[in-house]
Write a protein that binds this ligand. Structure first.
Ligand code: GUN
Length: 296
């Protein structure tokens, strides 16, 4: 079998068009422009690239983009004061504090100071609790993007066996909650899981989110299963720099029914879902109907 390639780049472009349509409607019908504030502390090069890209795409879909770039030595109290201002700013509907933060800042404290309604990352403890209890919440962008692609490919996920490899708060745990919400039978596997190969072989859906280059080989994959590869690992092979996922693409694609490539799979969906979450937050803040197909 040769797997269908789930094209995240093309899917993300479709999500952005949908977001853009909603933004136009909010502007034309209500005079409201959704606004996203991104806060970056320090000058981590990878974070700078992400933040620039987020800002550019926010503007492209017609939303207001505000960037706050703070010195690496910013005091916690000053960061919390800025978040307080953004929480109270009616033109800002989404707030994202780029992670990781410098070591002297308490990440949990900072994230939990964001108003849950504006927490477009879905990292606030209230949103984590709401998602875990099946209530309306802001959903972390990467797992939301994975869910959208799975629903698009399969229609219903009900009754499928899903194995999530990785137990992070950002991807693994919320991904498992979302799959459970869509009535999958869910296993969360991780570095200490015994007989990981056997666990993965039972899966109709494999979500690989461990951050280890090409650790899932094709002979772990049940023929016809769907592989969602969240990994973005920079490696050097034959003297060339290369981006690879957590799944070994060639061998997995030979067995799977469908697979997301790296790059061009899950990656582009993350920012698209950030934009989707911002428009959702804006609609909720004003009591409007939520955009269809852009939420969990
Ligand atoms: N750093 C890397 N990915 C993310 C993300 O999804 N959200 C935030 N806030 N920081 C990140």
């Amino acid at each position: 079998m040769t797997a269908t390639i789930i094209d995240g780049k093309e899917f993300a472009a479709r999500v952005r068009v949908k977001v853009g349509d909603h933004v136009t409607r909010l502007k034309n019908d209500h005079g409201i422009t959704p606004g996203l504030a991104v806060v970056l502390v320090g000058e981590d090069p990878a974070s700078q690239v992400y933040v620039r890209s987020k800002g550019k795409m926010t503007v492209e879909v017609g939303m207001k983009s505000v960037e706050h770039k703070l010195d690496i030595n910013t005091a916690e109290a000053d960061l919390l004061a800025l978040i307080g201002q953004l929480n109270n700013d009616p033109e800002i509907h989404g707030i994202l504090v780029q992670l990781p933060l410098p070591k002297h800042l308490n990440e949990d404290l900072v994230i939990n100071s964001i108003s849950p309604a504006k927490d477009v990352d879905g990292f606030h403890i209230s949103n984590v609790g709401l998602l875990g209890t099946g209530q309306k919440s802001m959903v972390p962008c990467t797992p939301l993007g994975c869910l959208m692609m799975l629903r698009d490919h399969h229609g219903s996920l009900s009754g499928m066996n899903a194995v999530v490899i990785g137990r992070s708060n950002i991807v693994g745990k919320p991904m498992a909650q979302l799959l459970l919400g869509d009535s999958c039978t869910v296993t969360i596997a991780h570095s200490r899981t015994k007989d990981l190969a056997d666990v993965v072989r039972r899966a109709d859906i494999v979500v690989a989110a461990v951050g280890r280059p090409e650790m899932v080989p094709g002979d772990w994959i049940k023929p016809g299963a769907t592989v969602i590869d969240v990994g973005i690992n920079r490696i050097e092979r034959d003297g060339k720099k290369k981006l690879v996922g957590d799944a070994d693409y060639e061998s997995c694609a030979a067995v799977a029914g469908a697979i997301t490539p790296v790059p061009g799979g899950v990656g582009p969906m993350t920012i698209a879902c950030l934009l989707a979450n911002t428009v959702t937050a804006c609609c909720r803040a004003h009591g409007f109907d939520e955009p269809e197909g852009l939420t969990a």
